[in-house]
Design a protein around this ligand. Structure first.
Ligand code: GDP
Ligand code: MG
Length: 181
């Protein structure tokens, strides 16, 4: 009998960035299609699974939410282990959360790399774009250049609240993960 099994991929994806930037909200929007304005700082490690059909293949994204430990500004190697991609999130209304982005990227790259020695694909998310305040534009920061300089494969203005660009950002990340396999 012919083997008709579709190829399946399971990818561990990290969602990191400062407290309150919207990491949990982005995951909830992407996976559970909802948004809650009530602040709830999760404690411990949370996972959510998103299943995508990708060119006749099945992609399972296991999204890891850092859940309360982000206040220390770094994570353990054990936490990062075996991830193949990451989102680094900041809040466009909070300049300090953007300043922290390079620190998160350095923490990630110093503790995790792919089997081939390369850094994992990372997409930058400028979240809460529905708020109409943009620390980047206000500070004249050129995002394309910033991404090149800091090793991001792309960036998106997102809103978990209004459901803007989250699917697009995830597709961009998956595309780069598959390309680097
Ligand atoms: P985390 O600490 O990074 O996980 O952030 P949360 O997901 O808990 O979000 C922190 C706060 O920002 C909550 O009150 C959310 O409702 C709010 N929030 C998250 N994403 C957005 C967004 O896209 N737009 C707006 N306006 N608020 C958001
Ligand atoms: Mg959270």
């Amino acid at each position: 009998m012919q083997n008709n099994h579709n190829k399946e991929h399971l990818y561990k994806i990290l969602v990191i960035g400062d407290l309150g930037v919207g990491k949990t909200s982005i995951i909830k929007r992407y996976v559970h299609h909802n948004f809650s304005p009530n602040y709830r700082a999760t404690i411990g490690v949370d996972f959510a699974l998103k299943v995508l059909n990708w060119d006749q293949e099945t992609v399972r994204l296991q999204l890891w939410d850092i859940a309360g430990q982000e206040r220390f500004g770094n994570m353990t190697r054990v936490y990062y282990r075996e991830a193949v991609g990451a989102f680094i999130v900041f809040d466009v209304t909070r300049p300090a959360s953007f300043e922290a982005v390079t620190k998160w990227k350095e923490d990630l790259d110093s503790k995790l790399s792919l089997a081939n020695g390369k850094h994992v694909a990372t997409v930058l998310l400028a979240n809460k774009c529905d708020q109409g305040q943009d620390v980047l534009t206000n500070n004249g920061i050129k995002m394309e250049q910033f991404c090149q300089d800091n090793g991001f494969v792309g960036w998106f203005e997102t809103s978990a609240k209004e459901n803007i660009n989250i699917d697009e950002a995830a597709n961009c990340l998956v595309k780069h993960i598959i390309a680097s396999e």
